[in-house]
Design a protein. Structure first.
Length: 345
């Protein structure tokens, strides 16, 4: 070998076996002396895509499989290198491997509350967080839009970009979905698909990515909104038994009122029996009946009204046990006070 000649390293096998987690792209190592020879073997495994670049331009793209590099499977590179009759001498080229498997467990979250307009509660401020998974859908487009000439590209390099896309557009997605705060808390699975589709079409697909899953794990509302949601949820759970629940409440109220002594307890109980209004319906009628009772009471036989101090019934002539009280209780002859209510006769 002549003095000063550079000994070249001819690459016979090109493959990527690196299994580091989170690695999206990997540039095959080539130093200044490394060159690809005619007939070299290229192995692209499942979950990978290989891209050949020459002078900063994307040349040929290889799907999973094993290839013997020659002009017939390097059509673009053959044109760039002017190999009209096939290449025989080694050449230099950049080779990138792109990982097309899923990258799961990616996190997103709002650092500050964002505002949403709710049809039930008006304008409220909420927070949200969750996870998502994506994979490379178009390796060539991803290289043009995001990777460039970076030797290695990981999920950490793109994570902040994707997180900012999600958090800055989640408000618009909620507004377009027409979901209220109650809908969001009860229909997260439906909203997840709505959000995934919107983010995929507007932001992930244009850079060569596919948003496989998008999950809202939690949405936190202001305390007053959470209480209102809990109350409405409780009513919804009662469902068809709400009528029975109201009847039970009325029965308990009647029991409590009956245990109270005095006119107000009786008035309240009659109000519940009459439909829930203490002075309405049947309760008011019962009070009027008590007020219209004759001052002399009623006959012990026919039930007719008696005049005060009457000893005989004017309707049937039956002798009465004594002067009647206004409450209707019979009084013994000579009694000065009613034995039923204590009223002075």
């Amino acid at each position: 070998m002549p003095i000063g000649a550079i000994r070249r390293q001819l690459l016979k096998v090109i493959e990527w076996t690196d299994t580091r987690s989170g690695l999206i792209s990997y540039k095959f190592p080539m130093d200044d002396r490394a060159e690809i020879m005619n007939g070299s073997s290229l192995t692209v495994r499942e979950g990978q895509v290989a891209i050949f670049c020459k002078d900063g331009r994307i040349a040929d793209v290889f799907a999973p499989g094993r290839y013997r590099l020659e002009t017939k499977n390097l059509p673009v590179l053959t044109t760039l290198m002017n190999w009209n009759k096939g290449f025989n001498s080694p050449f230099r080229c950049d080779v990138y491997f792109i990982n097309t498997t899923q990258f799961t467990g990616q996190k997103w979250g709002t650092s500050n509350p964002f505002t949403m307009r709710c049809k039930d509660f008006g304008v409220i401020r909420i927070r949200g967080f969750g996870s998502y998974a994506f994979n490379v859908q178009d390796a060539k487009l991803l290289m043009i839009e995001m990777l460039g000439s970076k030797p290695n590209f990981t999920t950490a390099d793109i994570q902040e970009h994707l997180r900012s896309i999600i958090t800055s557009n989640i408000t618009d997605i909620i507004a377009d979905s027409k979901y209220s705060a109650i809908d969001l808390s009860s229909k997260l699975s439906q909203f997840n698909e709505i959000a995934r589709t919107a983010l995929q079409n507007k932001f992930f697909a244009p850079i060569g990515l596919n948003l496989r899953t998008f999950v809202v794990e939690n949405i936190s509302f202001p305390e007053n909104v959470e209480k209102a949601i809990d109350q409405r949820s409780g009513v919804g759970i009662m469902g068809d038994v709400m009528g029975d629940h109201v009847a039970m409440q009325q029965a308990a109220a009647m029991r409590d009122m009956a245990n109270n002594q005095g006119t107000m307890g009786m008035m309240g109980m009659m109000g519940v029996m009459g439909g829930g209004a203490p002075m309405g319906g049947g309760g008011f009628a019962a009070m009027q009946q008590a007020q219209n009772r004759p001052q002399g009471g009623f006959c012990s036989k026919c039930g007719g009204p008696l005049k005060p101090g009457a000893k005989f019934c004017s309707g049937c002539g039956t002798k009465q046990g004594g002067a009647g009280c206004s409450c209707g209780a019979p009084s013994k002859p000579g009694a000065k006070f009613c034995a039923g209510c204590g009223t002075k006769l």
